[in-house]
Design a protein around this ligand. Structure first.
Ligand SMILES: Cc1cc2nc3c(=O)[nH]c(=O)nc-3n(C[C@H](O)[C@H](O)[C@H](O)COP(=O)(O)OP(=O)(O)OC[C@H]3O[C@@H](n4cnc5c(N)ncnc54)[C@H](O)[C@@H]3O)c2cc1C
Ligand code: FES
Length: 294
């Protein structure tokens, strides 16, 4: 059966094409996996900064993952995830040809990308997968683009070519100095702030990294946007799980974000809320590892 809606330009969609079949899989590092999945409707509308909620079937969690890339022609989206707990470890067992039960999206507001001048886009760890489409979008909008990729060590550096390609200047930092500059992304950022006019910083990565990027830019008064990974359940503004305080006001990361003005985020509250289910998450991971694959 073919469905064709002229208003929405949904030609050539078959029930088969709408199943979320994995069409490519790549292990980017010992802990990072990339999956390209058939999801034609999401591929047509996803913009930089948006995410999907992935559901792997009965008893499974709903996990938010950023659309790292999309190909409207092929009808696929790419997600890149770090295997940190039960659901991401389980997703990592899926292979080419497997079907993911449900993918909802695109969700969240796209990153506000305008021509502002010189933009620094920073990706730390798996945050690089989220930073990558944003970097591409800022370059395409005519900005001078500087990208900084941070990782703990060389084996965790991912997507180097894709962060380098759209950039006018590109830097890598590793905590242990095994690749690029030894140190943190904030060391490189500070040098840039001291040596040229920066108009906007976009940062995504571990919470402490984003917090310290904001501390670094504050004395320079450079607008700093961060992409937050609050705990999410429905992803549509219904459950309140992803509440964050920004500028003293409650916001829902899933519908008001995930991007926010980093200088206004209550980082301590966010860190606390992210740890609410720590014991349950630990138990689920241990059970999954003891029980083997999906
Ligand atoms: C908007 C958004 C985009 C994201 N994009 C990516 C991405 O592109 N790649 C990636 O690797 N990770 C991404 N994350 C984080 C990812 O959702 C979590 O790593 C994942 O849910 C962990 O699930 P788990 O069962 O494997 O681990 P768990 O053991 O359940 O949790 C490990 C940690 O992951 C976080 N987490 C757990 N459940 C959720 C949840 N439902 N929502 C948000 N965070 C959770 C918590 O900090 C938790 O302590 C994103 C999160 C958000 C909110
Ligand atoms: S995830 Fe439920 S309100 Fe945002």
């Amino acid at each position: 059966m073919n469905t064709h809606c002229e208003n929405c330009n949904l030609a050539n969609l078959t029930p088969d094409s709408l199943r979320n079949v994995i069409v490519a899989k790549e292990e980017l590092s010992p802990v990072l996996t990339s999956l390209e999945i058939s999801a034609p409707l999401i591929a047509r509308s996803a913009k930089a900064g948006q995410f999907v909620i992935v559901y792997m079937g009965e008893g499974g969690e709903r996990i938010p993952l950023t659309v790292s890339d999309s190909d409207p022609e092929k009808g696929t989206v790419t997600i890149i995830f770090q295997k940190v707990g039960k659901s991401t470890l389980e997703l990592g067992t899926y292979n080419v040809g497997d079907v993911i039960e449900g993918i909802v999206g695109p969700l969240g507001k796209p990153t506000d990308v305008e021509k502002v001048g010189t933009v620094v886009v920073i990706g730390g760890g798996v945050g690089t997968a989220i930073a990558m489409p944003v970097a591409k979008a800022f370059a395409a909008s005519g900005n001078k683009l500087i990208t900084i990729l941070g990782a703990r060590s060389k084996d965790l550096v991912i997507l180097e070519d894709k962060m380098r390609e759209p950039a006018d200047e590109f830097y890598v930092t590793t905590d242990d100095g095994s690749y690029g500059r030894k140190g943190l992304v904030t060391d490189q950022l500070k040098d840039l702030l001291d040596s040229q006019k920066i108009d906007l910083v976009f940062a995504v990565g571990p919470l402490p990294m984003m917090k310290f990027v904001c501390k670094t830019t504050k004395p320079y008064n450079v607008p700093t946007i961060v992409s937050l990974d609050a705990l999410m359940i429905d992803g549509t503004g219904m459950c309140g799980g992803c509440r964050v305080t920004v500028g003293g006001k409650p916001m829902f990361t899933c519908v008001d974000g995930p991007d926010f003005d980093g200088q206004e985020v209550d980082w301590d509250e966010l860190a606390l809320r992210k740890r609410y289910y720590f014991e349950e998450e630990k138990e689920a991971k241990e059970k999954f590892l003891a029980g083997g694959n999906k």
